[in-house]
Design a protein around this ligand. Structure first.
Ligand code: ADP
Ligand code: MG
Length: 881
């Protein structure tokens, strides 16, 4: 950050022991001060307002000039400062509020560090006017950047204090430039924080106004000094807001809590999104029953429509100190959503607890608090929300289709999907199916659900699956050879059992459907493994002699390959194996290698058939076993080496790993990679399989097209508005009204047309003239509120769309996109869809959150050419010299 370059020059601590504002003891300074510098308008104003409230004021006026660019003035009718204390007021670490660390545990005031005024002096030009009740004349002082008084003069004023800041941040040029550029955001943030103080402060009138450079003055927000929170809420947000909220009930509404009761209640009301309060002990409940805190709160009723479109009105306090307690906010929002899924609650929550249970000193702005008993507190909050909403009929809907789909019986194969599978796959029985079945499960689930949340399939597929299974198969073969060698009477094993790995025997999944068989064929190459396995079986079958002498007949022109053996019908004395009848799917083999064992009475025909070269191979089982072992070892080593280089994609295709998978894709795939991808083809009429170097990816044709169309709409659509018959007033707060006026083009792009009357008083300047029209979607004030909220935080230049407009675009995009079940042309449509992905801002999931693309497998992890070559070197298959 730029600020780092310029160190803020803070005044050195003084030793002045003037009057009541005293230096904190050196030791204590270390414990509480974190070198705070007031770096935002919001914090500057907050500090001044806190001081006024601490001084016992009943009226605090905040006057902003040009939103703070020209200056800030905070005046109060509090105690005022006696002349003797003035000197120390702006001295670093001088406070009237504490002197020793023990005092800190009991501070009742907002301020206690004695840092704010001195920091503000360092950052701006400060002037203070004050009059203590003990004197008749006020005093005006101007301060230099060290907090020293540079000018002092008497002035006339009522009892109280006025602090004026001009040229905020002028001592930090970079910060000042930033401040000027982002002044609207700074101002909005300041208002948001001020709102919190307005809500929580009882019996103090707070008025904030802004004066434009032209001199027009508007009241931005104000309260009326009421003694109760509801009146403050009404003053800030209007009576309408009050009508929509309910008081938060005490967790002890029905008396003391029992562990069993609480557990039952929390469990029965828990849902998948619930991540908090899942674990608690008897001791926790005990502590909860002895709770030494009280909750004062209001929350939107869960009736639909009572909530808000964004989290723009959520205020948290600990002992009336505004703060941002993340976990507490999370529990409340999550629980609220179980009763009103669509909306965000208004929240006012003041946790009143023993001062010693809170550490307010966590961050310089004192907004992150450390609560000693947070866990218990969360439990109490949850319970109190259940009390508050428990009686209301729940509007919770099953949203998580993933879970629903997991509960359904395994989907039946869909006949129309089998189109591409070739017929002979019907007979496939021995293919190891567990991995493919699981893989299918995941794919099916992925296609069917849009959720990013959800439960894992019972046996999630691992990327490593294909590989580890292959290794398992291989070590099993080794085992078999070993068994054979160590046993006197080797037992016969059926070749059927061999190809099924152990775990599958325990939980044998159903026979693969055509599409799965097809899948196995294309990606996992399992059949080849099985074939190989059978060949080994044959070799390990009980032989008449330990010595295997055989004739190897190699087809001329054909490359060497492991033959697919099929034992001749029993009774045939000729031990000839051939794959002649294995007709179609091995398109790389025209004529198989034949091995003819000696001793067969084949009529003494020594002539090889036409097209075959003949050679003799003499070997022993030991030799074969030995060379297999060596080969095994070599391959293992090579694989481990290769794995380290190639495995860039490690996450599983599993809804629980969506984030991880997306991070990986984000990291490994550049936008221009899409154009370089080879398109392998379409799978199941719904997915495109692409290849980038050695990695295969699967792309959801619909989801990816949808995302592209969605982003295009989102970027370029200018929504038309429909004129209202009567212009509508909007009941905006003055702050929100300012934000709206500052961002009119954004609203117009979203189809909202306003009439602005700059002369009208604040909150009455804007009227709605027209809103977006759609047959299916109803737009209104909530969308405007939501957009205002988004605009306060959005970086300059981002395209802001209210969520309803987003949903409308999502559904339009969906209708425009290539559907699942459509056969696509490889060179035109598939290519276009993949190229499009390179133009998408965020290509990894569709507007509904469904994944668009996932890594399938690294093909070098499978049997490849290299291994065929190795197989050729294997003595068992070697051409005789
Ligand atoms: P802190 O609030 O942490 O004590 P500050 O730097 O904010 O430190 O203020 C220093 C001291 O100046 C306060 O302790 C208080 O005695 C005095 N002071 C500041 N603002 C006012 C005010 N508006 N009215 C009366 N006294 C004030
Ligand atoms: Mg203070």
């Amino acid at each position: 950050m730029a600020e780092k370059e310029e160190d803020v020059e803070l005044p050195a601590p003084t030793t002045a022991a003037s009057g009541q504002i005293k230096a904190i003891s050196k030791d204590t300074v270390h414990k509480i001060c974190s070198g705070q510098v007031v770096l935002s308008l919001a914090v500057a104003v907050k500090e001044l307002v806190e001081n006024s409230i601490d001084a016992g004021a009943t009226l605090v006026e905040i006057k902003m000039k040009d939103q703070g660019l020209q200056g800030v003035e905070v005046s109060d009718n509090g105690s005022g400062v006696v002349e003797a204390n003035l000197e120390a007021m702006t001295a670093k670490y001088h406070t009237s509020k504490i002197r020793e660390f023990v005092d800190l545990l009991g501070v009742e005031t907002f301020g206690f560090r004695g840092e704010a005024l001195s920091s503000l002096c360092a950052l701006s030009d400060m002037a203070i006017q004050t009059r203590h009740q003990s004197t008749d004349v006020g005093l005006k002082v101007e301060l230099d950047h060290d907090g020293k008084i540079k000018k002092r003069s008497p002035c006339a004023r009522a009892v109280g204090t006025t602090v004026t800041l001009t040229n905020l941040f002028s001592t930090l040029p970079v910060r000042r430039r930033d401040f000027t550029r982002n002044i609207k955001k700074e101002f909005a943030k300041m208002c948001q924080i001020l709102q919190a103080y307005c809500l929580v402060t009882k019996g103090v009138r707070i008025i904030c106004s802004n004066q434009t450079p032209k001199g027009a003055k508007t009241v931005v927000l104000q309260t009326h000094g009421a003694q109760d929170v509801l009146a403050n809420i009404s003053a800030i947000f209007g009576a309408r807001q009050v009508a929509d909220i309910v008081p938060l009930k005490s967790p002890f509404e029905k008396g003391q809590l029992s562990e069993v009761g609480l557990r039952a209640e929390l469990e029965s009301s828990a849902d998948a999104a619930d991540t908090t309060c899942t674990q608690f002990s008897a001791e926790d409940v005990e502590r909860l029953n002895l709770a030494d805190f009280r909750l004062e709160g209001y929350i939107s009723s869960c009736r639909h429509g009572a909530g808000r479109s964004s989290r723009d009105r959520q205020f948290f306090f600990v002992n009336a100190r505004p703060c941002d307690p993340k976990n507490i906010a999370k529990v409340i929002n999550e629980t609220y959503h179980r009763y009103n899924v669509q909306q965000q609650p208004f929240i006012y929550l003041n946790i009143i607890t023993a001062r010693s249970d809170v550490d307010v000193n966590l961050t310089p702005d004192k907004r992150q608090l450390l609560l000693n008993n947070e866990r218990i507190l969360l439990l109490a909050l949850k319970k109190s929300l259940l009390e508050t909403f428990g009686q209301t009929p729940s509007t919770f809907q099953m949203q998580n289709t993933t879970i629903v789909s997991m509960l359904e019986p395994r989907p039946k194969p869909q006949p129309e999907d089998a189109g591409k599978a070739s017929e002979e796959k019907d007979e496939e029985e021995d293919v190891p199916i567990s991995s493919s079945q699981r893989f299918m499960d995941v794919l099916t689930q992925w296609r069917r659900t849009g959720d990013t949340q959800g439960t894992a399939p019972s046996a999630p597929i691992k990327r490593r699956c294909a590989e580890s299974e292959e290794l398992a198969t291989r070590s099993m073969k080794m085992q078999k050879i070993q068994d054979f060698l160590s046993q006197d009477s080797p037992k016969h094993q059926s070749s059927k059992g061999d190809s099924v790995s152990e775990e599958d025997v325990v939980d044998q999944p159903p026979k693969p459907t055509k599409e799965q068989a097809n899948l196995d064929e294309s990606f996992l190459n399992l059949k080849e493994l099985e074939t190989e396995s059978k060949a080994y079986d044959l070799l390990t079958q009980p032989a008449k002699a330990a010595r295997i002498d055989c004739k190897v007949l190699t087809p001329i022109k054909s490359r060497l390959s492991i033959a697919e053996p099929k034992p001749e019908p029993a009774g045939s004395s000729q031990e000839t194996v051939s794959t002649m009848d294995q007709s179609d799917d091995d398109d790389h083999i025209e004529l198989p290698t034949r091995i003819e064992f000696d001793g067969g009475d084949d009529g003494g025909d020594d002539q090889p058939p036409a097209n075959y070269k003949s050679g003799e191979l003499r070997t022993t089982i030991e030799e074969i076993a030995d060379s297999l072992r060596k080969q095994e070892q070599q391959q293992k080593e090579r694989r481990t080496r290769a794995k380290l280089q190639r495995l860039r994609f490690k996450s599983e295709i599993n809804p629980n790993q969506n984030n991880k998978a997306e991070d990986e894709l984000q990291r490994e795939i550049a936008k221009d990679d899409f154009a370089r991808m080879d398109i392998i083809g379409q799978f199941n009429l719904g997915f495109i399989i692409v290849k980038l170097q050695d990695d295969l990816f699967i792309v959801d044709q619909h989801a990816s097209d949808e995302k592209y169309n969605f982003e295009t709409l989102q970027r370029s659509t200018q929504l038309e508005y429909q004129r209202l018959t009567v212009p509508q007033s909007l009941d905006l707060t003055a702050v929100n009204e300012m934000v709206l006026i500052d961002h009119l083009p954004v609203f117009e792009k979203n189809g909202f047309k306003f009439e602005i009357n700059h002369e009208a008083p604040a909150t009455k300047k804007v009227r709605l003239l027209g809103k977006p029209y759609s047959r299916q979607w109803e737009f209104g004030k909530e969308d405007i509120d939501e957009l205002i909220f988004m605009l306060q935080d959005a970086p300059e230049g981002t395209i802001c769309r209210p969520s309803r407009v987003r949903s409308m675009f999502a559904s339009r995009a969906c209708r425009k996109s290539v559907m699942i079940g459509t056969a696509l042309n490889r060179t035109t449509t598939m290519r276009r869809l993949i190229t499009q992905m390179g133009e998408i801002e965020q290509p990894w999931n569709c507007p509904h959150g469904r994944p668009t693309m996932r890594h399938l497998i690294n093909i070098t992890m499978l049997m490849d050419e290299e291994e065929d070559a190795d197989a050729a070197e294997d003595p068992a298959h070697q051409k005789p010299q």
